[in-house]
Design a protein. Structure first.
Lengths: 94, 233, 722, 94
């Protein structure tokens, strides 16, 4: 089976986020002054094979923990859904 | 040639451009603050390299909204000469003054090294001092210089003769090996339809003195001076 | 207060019982938590230098050109034309071991601030890096992260990374060394000292908001143990090079204002160290209201504010009435600044939170009162000289050496660093020393960092002298005169007698070498406790050196220039292979004696080279170091893409020592045939041995009958990827 | 009212994604060979004020369109939810 996994990688709340704060002040200077805070993160979309959902999810969790996120400063979240065919996986991405 | 060198927060090639224009070519220049809208005394606007606003969102994404960029757009509209170098190129694309976008280098690494550029158009205001096909040695220094444009845009760039520089071998051949960042069709610099706004990833201001390894970059500034009817030095 | 709690707090702030007793005796009462935290920080090894301070007193710090020696944020030396070069090297080993990218990035950020705090514009960064072998995943991860972090910070800030060093040794596994050196320029009359001598001056904190960054974990836990600290564990510092660039430009403008009396960066121990050292240097006191400090997070305690190590922050001292003027500059750069206190007369640091007093301590005790430690040192048993593997197939060995991680081309690393920005880079990374133009003058600055840890491990005294001598030789090979030294003493746990002995011997060697070569030590940094799971790093006293070249037209490179030029070796080759790359490649145990250093010979050698470069006699000069003679020759060949033909190289030593030995005090030069007499005269005057080796040219690297490598093959080996 | 907006920025399918392919080959090299494809993107979490959800959403859409994403190479998606109180927004930050 083929799955589409979304991995959301964010900085731990206590960690400084220069990127986020610079984007925020940028938005303010353009007039988007209702923005209180911006936190920046990574968004990864994986297409992955797996015998079943549990197995695929376990693999993605493992990758996120070991490679995709930096445990010292980042947290991550995983969302996973089956994909009918590789083709439609392509569509979903768009 | 009165040159205006735009300074965004995070710009760092401003002083190098000033050195090339002011010290090496002995032309008058002034720095233009990103909040400044006055360009009436300027013949050539340079958007220098650097990391405007840290390049934190996207290179040039925030700089594009600064007051000076409104003025630069109007200046370009009046036919004024605009040269965007590295981050300046990225800003011009974000401001839609030039087509396409610059992605992360294919290597996903920053690259600072001398490259060879083939001059594809010898008749732009920035290249009249070069022969078409001439090879210039000029350094690059960027992490996101991987030129991209969708197919129709790319086709019209090629058809309209808007591709001004391509990465090439020392012998002038366009090869994958000579492409330092994965740019489509080895594109290193493009000019707008009207032919007065040039964007390029390489740093000509770093190639203006043999002491620093080469002076091929002078050709661009000298061409601009010629275009502006300044007696060439 | 419960004794048990105190005990654990002492552990937390890394003070021992005797130090705590000293505090009680000095202030006549129990310090409160915040005060104890501040003592812990300023009495730490990092800020207090309690184990190294006594040793460092041996170092020669004076000299006719010295404008500022140790004691300030960086050292400063006169280079003529009314200009001063400002420089310092600093370690960020421990943070880089935890988070390599951010650890290295913030290391660069910290040393940049030390330099622009002096009013100098940073013009160059050098990075001296040491890792464990890359076949171990963790080491590779650290290597990649550190390189990326240094590039990310320097490239975004816009200061070129022009040189440094990179070595691999199992002794650095898990405990990488990340030393960053920054060099800046300022005119004499603009040189700043971070000294508060005017009572009533206003203290401004400018730059990043203060968050819970890098507050010592153990300290934190033990002091805040009664509160819920789960959401408040110390955070790895994340650098903001963009903000640092704005801070730098702002500080350089502030430096022009008469209203500004001092500028001080915030580094280790944050506000506590910066504010207290600033006031103490001027023999004043200070008063701070932590409520005025902008926070990144809610609910921060005075303890956290005083000890936060949030990056990209500076203190600016302003005369009363000067507030408007400095505000204009802060606003121009869209920087946030808080007025957090004032300089007071007398000798007290007083910290309030609004109306509530939280700290009231005698400043001299806090900054200078730490009892110095002099633990016992013991010389370890010398390991006998191992049997020298006899040299078979020298060509294969040569190629293996050129491909080895310690000798192969560093281009894959330095091409990820912007090494050209600011338009001053005349000789960039990859050569002996880097050479920068001094803007607006004919002068050049030569920069290098060096340390062969294997020699230091064999003999800390001799090895450290070798590091100083090599650094000077690298400077001289560009045609520049060595001027002054900065150093970063990276050692293991000094409470182990063998390690403290290494430190003692190394500092003694540093003092002797700098004394004999007439090179003042104007700045530096000490990094101890580089110990992981009981293993201590090899002793690594990194030497940073700056030299001046009065006329860039007289510069010299390491690359062979012209076919037909004649190649010579200056200096003597002895039977010295211990601690050499050859022994490592041959898999032989690295025991024995470090190569001997004869500093009198070294000075004469360097005088001869300088006489020749001044006269324009040489086409190239290249220092013979790691890998020995053949590697040095191969490098000059590869730099210049020109072949070399050497008829048999002969000498009174074994073939291995002749080709790959690492005897000190040697340089390989190339000369146009008609100028050979000048070279001969110069070396004769200095009583330096001169040996003709061969002729530049051809498509091969050729030595005697046994070595004949096509240049392509030589380059292929040398350009092996990491 | 205060809202928490998530903005997902992804490269258009026609745009090649060096970072994504680098991550993929990295994953393969350490044995995660069931990964067919990786696409890299940005994940921004905004805390924003607005009279009501519609207004807040409109602002975020506007920011995404004009600033956060570059239409030449990127697509974006917005998710928005109200945040109980300012306090809890504060907590998210700290
Ligand atoms: N090994 C050394 N040799 C000479 N000076 C040193 C050495 N180690 C530290 N110093 C000097 O001691 C002072 C304090 O060092 P450090 O705490 O690293 O400064 P900072 O806090 O500004 O980074 C500095 O002036 C530094 O130059
Ligand atoms: Mg300092």
């Amino acid at each position: 089976m083929i799955f589409r996994a979304e991995v959301f990688v964010t900085l731990k709340p206590v960690v400084n986020d220069p990127q986020g704060s610079t984007i925020r002040s940028g938005l303010h200077s353009i007039g988007f002054d209702t923005v209180r805070e911006v936190r920046s993160g990574k968004y990864l979309v994986l297409t992955i094979e797996g015998a079943d959902e549990a197995i695929a999810r376990a693999r993605v969790e493992e990758m996120a923990r070991e490679v995709l996120a930096n445990p010292v400063i980042e947290d991550y979240r995983v969302r996973l859904e089956p994909v009918a065919t590789a083709a439609s996986a392509g569509e979903r991405r768009a | 040639m009165r040159t205006g060198i735009v300074v965004f927060p995070g710009t760092w090639s401003d002083r190098d451009c000033a050195h090339a224009v002011g010290e090496v070519l002995e032309q008058p220049y002034r720095f233009i603050d990103h909040r400044d809208r006055r360009l009436d005394d300027i013949d050539l606007v340079i958007l220098p390299g650097g990391f405007s606003y840290g390049d934190y969102l996207r290179c040039g994404a925030i700089a594009r909204f600064t007051p000076v960029m409104e003025a630069v757009a109007a200046f370009a509209d009046r036919g004024g000469l605009v040269l965007g170098i590295c981050n300046g190129f990225q800003v011009l694309q974000e401001a839609r003054l030039l087509p396409g976008a610059l992605l992360k280098n294919a290597s996903c690494e920053f690259r600072c090294e001398w490259v060879n550029l083939r001059v594809e158009q010898g008749d732009t205001p920035f290249t009249t001092d070069c022969r078409p096909g001439q090879v210039l040695r000029i350094p690059i220094s960027h992490g996101e210089g991987n030129f991209f444009a969708d197919e129709p845009t790319l086709a019209s760039l090629e058809a309209g003769g808007q591709v001004v520089f391509r990465y090439c071998t020392a012998g002038g051949r366009i090869t994958e090996g000579a492409n330092p960042n994965g740019s489509l069709a080895n594109i290193a610099g493009v000019i707008n339809k009207r032919g007065n706004v040039l964007g390029m990833m390489p740093h000509p201001e770093r190639a203006c003195e043999d002491l620093l390894g080469g002076s091929d970059g002078l050709a661009l500034f000298r061409s601009a001076m010629r275009a502006l009817q300044v007696v060439a030095v | 207060m419960a004794v048990a709690l105190r005990r654990s707090q002492l552990v937390g702030v890394a003070l021992d019982e005797s130090e705590y007793a000293a505090i009680l005796a000095a202030i006549g009462r129990e310090p409160n938590d915040v005060e104890l935290g501040m003592f812990g920080a300023l009495w730490s090894e990092h800020c207090g230098y309690k184990t190294s301070r006594a040793l460092l007193r041996q170092l020669p710090t004076q000299g006719p050109h010295v404008l500022q020696g140790p004691g300030e944020n960086a050292g400063a030396v006169d280079i003529g034309d009314g200009l001063a070069v400002v420089f310092k090297i600093e370690s960020h080993n421990h943070p880089s071991a935890i988070e390599p990218f951010q650890g290295a990035a913030t290391g660069v950020g910290g040393i940049l601030r030390d330099v622009f705090a002096m009013g100098a514009r940073p013009i160059a960064i050098l990075d001296d890096l040491h890792f464990g072998p890359l076949d171990q995943g963790r080491n590779r991860h650290l290597f990649k992260g550190v390189i990326a972090g240094i590039g990310a910070y320097g490239n975004c800030f816009g200061c070129p990374t022009v040189g440094g060093a990179l070595t691999f040794d199992d002794g650095y596994s898990e405990n990488p060394l990340v030393n960053a050196m920054c060099v800046g320029l300022v005119s004499h009359d603009r040189l700043r000292r971070a000294t508060a001598d005017r009572v009533g001056d206003l203290i401004f904190l400018v730059g990043a908001d203060t968050g819970r960054d890098g507050i010592h974990g153990a300290t934190f836990a033990s002091v805040e143990m009664d509160e819920d600290s789960s959401s408040r564990r110390p955070a790895v510092q994340v650098g903001n090079p963009f903000l640092e660039k704005l801070l730098c430009e702002a500080c350089l403008q502030l430096n022009e204002l008469a209203e500004v009396t001092a500028i001080q960066d915030l580094g280790a121990a944050g506000l506590t160290s910066a504010a207290c050292e600033l006031a103490h240097r001027g023999g004043r006191g200070l008063e701070i209201d932590v409520a005025q400090v902008s926070r990144r997070e809610g609910g921060m305690t005075p303890y956290e504010v005083m000890l936060s190590e949030s990056q990209e922050r500076m203190l600016v001292l302003v005369k009363p009435g000067g507030e408007a003027a400095v505000r204009r500059i802060f606003e121009h750069f869209e920087l946030h600044a808080d007025r957090i206190g004032t300089i007071t007369s007398g000798n007290r640091v007083q910290v309030r939170e609004g109306a509530v007093s939280v700290v009231d301590l005698p400043l001299d005790v806090l900054v200078d009162g730490v009892p110095l430690r002099s633990p016992p040192g013991r010389r370890p048993g010398q390991r006998a000289t191992p049997p020298i593997p006899i040299l078979v197939e020298p060509e294969q060995i040569l190629l293996k050496m050129l491909a080895s991680p310690n000798l192969r081309s560093r281009r894959p690393v330095y091409r990820t660093y912007d090494h050209q920005v600011l338009d001053n880079t005349v000789i960039g990374p990859g050569s002996d020393a880097s050479l920068l133009r001094v803007p607006g003058t004919r002068r050049g600055l030569a920069l290098t960092t060096d340390c062969n840890h294997r020699y230091v491990a064999l003999d800390p005294y001799e090895g450290t002298r070798a590091a100083v001598a090599e650094a000077a030789r690298n400077i001289v090979c560009t045609g520049a005169r060595p001027l002054a030294v900065t150093n970063c003493l990276n050692f293991g746990n000094p409470q182990r007698p063998e390690v403290f002995w290494q430190l003692q011997e190394s500092v003694r060697g540093l003092a002797d070498a700098c004394g004999e070569l007439g090179l003042p030590v104007v700045s530096g940094n000490v990094s101890l406790y580089n110990e992981t799971s009981g293993r201590n790093i090899p002793p690594t006293p990194v030497i940073g050196m700056v030299g001046v070249l009065d006329d860039l037209e007289r510069r010299c490179g390491a690359a062979f220039q012209e076919d037909g030029d004649l190649v010579f070796l200056l200096g003597e080759t002895r039977e010295e292979l211990s601690g050499s790359e050859y022994m490592v490649i041959a898999g032989a145990d690295t025991g024995g004696l470090a190569p001997a250093v004869d500093l009198a010979h070294e000075s004469r050698l360097q005088a001869a080279i300088l006489e020749c470069t001044q006269a324009g006699t040489l086409r190239s000069a290249h220092d013979v170091s790691d890998g020995g003679l053949l590697v040095a020759l191969a490098e000059s060949v590869l730099f210049g893409s020109r072949g070399l033909r050497c008829p048999a190289v002969v000498g009174p030593v074994s073939a291995a020592a002749l080709y790959f030995g690492e005897s000190q005090g040697r340089v390989v030069v190339s000369v146009a045939p008609r100028r050979v007499p000048e070279l001969q005269a110069a070396v004769a005057r200095q009583r330096i041995a001169l040996q003709a080796l061969g002729v530049v040219g051809g498509e091969f690297f050729q030595v005697g009958q046994e070595i004949r490598v096509p240049l392509g093959r030589l380059r292929e080996a040398w350009e092996t990827a990491f």
